[in-house]
Design a binder for this molecule. Sequence first.
Ligand code: COA
Length: 428
Amino acid sequence: MADTANLEIGDQKYSLNLIKGTEQELAVDISKLRKESRVITFDDGYGNTGSCESEITFIDGDKGILRYRGYDIAELAEKSNFLESAYLLLNGNLPSGGELDGFRQRVAGYCDLPAEVLTSIRSQPAGAHPMAVLSSGLQALGGSYPQYGTNDRKKDLESFDESSALIISAVRSLAAAIYKNSLGEDLSSSDPGRTYCENFLSMMFDKPGESTPVPSAVESALDLIFLLHADHEQNCSTSTCRMIASGGANPFASLAGGVSALWGPLHGGANMAVIKMLDEIHESGDDGSRFVESAKQGKSRLMGFGHRVYRNYDPRAKILKNACDQALDALGVSSPILQIARRLEEVALEDPYFIQRKLYPNVDFYSGIILQALGFPTNMFTVLFAIGRTPGWLSHWKEIAENGKKIHRPRQIYQGETLRPYLPVEDR
Ligand SMILES: CC(C)(COP(=O)(O)OP(=O)(O)OC[C@H]1O[C@@H](n2cnc3c(N)ncnc32)[C@H](O)[C@@H]1OP(=O)(O)O)[C@@H](O)C(=O)NCCC(=O)NCCS
């Protein structure tokens, strides 16, 4: 295989290096092209642009493969758990027993939020969107731990083991505090002796002073959802975190930006949109066929279907489809919208419109149904996605802080007015 590509622009020839990934992906390195030719590349939406070299997560969207640090997502889903996979993402390898215990204890030690962070959450109106409050809550958290968020890369890297454990722990406490604030209730106290998810569920749903046992099916379903969301290479929110980190900003600031990016309905907001769509179909009495027709005519989108990278079944959706059945069985919940989701999937997977465009269910298609069965209100779904994605965002922050040399700064093709003279207001 050649290690260069040739480009001709007019009568000029340029030799461009090829970069080969460990999974044999090839990229044309155009980093010097503008300097040599004054020409830039154009890739609206970055669908064909490698923005970095990364060692964290591998996706083959055509084959439906997702791996964290080389481990297949299905194997991790079966054998690992959220905190262990978080350690893997952050550190590159699975932890020894001692390392895992140490990490768990460090995370558990940070589950109580500083008083001023709680005050900042309580100062927000009950109707404020949880994602807005989560983003500002992360910045407030950074304000309470200025020693971990100095914007001095070397110092922030030195304290990263602490700050990453703090953020992974506190993001779930923030989520519970935000939910309680929306109900006008106080946050239940945390119990560092319980597992990550048990503790979170108790903070979310127990009244202050209560400590209700969490059924293992509930805990494991939530843990699985967090694990499956933990990283997904250069998606919109992760790229946002990396962009912010490239300017030297600390982990709290970078993740606050990631949360904002995740909020949009085409990204993390899709899990809420799926439930809204399924509820609408249920209320209309349709079996989903009318909705599929309207999506085919471009009048709506089948939420939870399609993906920028996967042109195959999203491997996370496959795992969640099975988990959905098991979790609902274990909880004794019968969900009419699950029947609709299954039917929609069947219809879409046999329809030429979806087949030709390679549109398959994505991770959001079934996750919302499980979260609803677990008792989470719909407007918290994207916050739960953010809790799961936190280790991934942090791993990317670390990768930039360790290796990133340049601030990220794309170029553009300017299509606006050319130079024109300023006219005084009375002459316009
Ligand atoms: C995820 C998503 C934004 C990816 O977008 P993309 O890669 O840019 O794909 P495009 O928007 O270019 O779509 C390609 C074609 O498929 C169609 N399409 C894509 N997703 C569709 C959906 N969910 N329902 C119906 N049609 C869809 C588009 O209309 C387009 O059709 P056309 O070629 O006739 O114009 C898109 O599939 C989507 O909006 N899905 C629903 C939201 C969702 O579930 N998001 C969560 C992602 S994890």
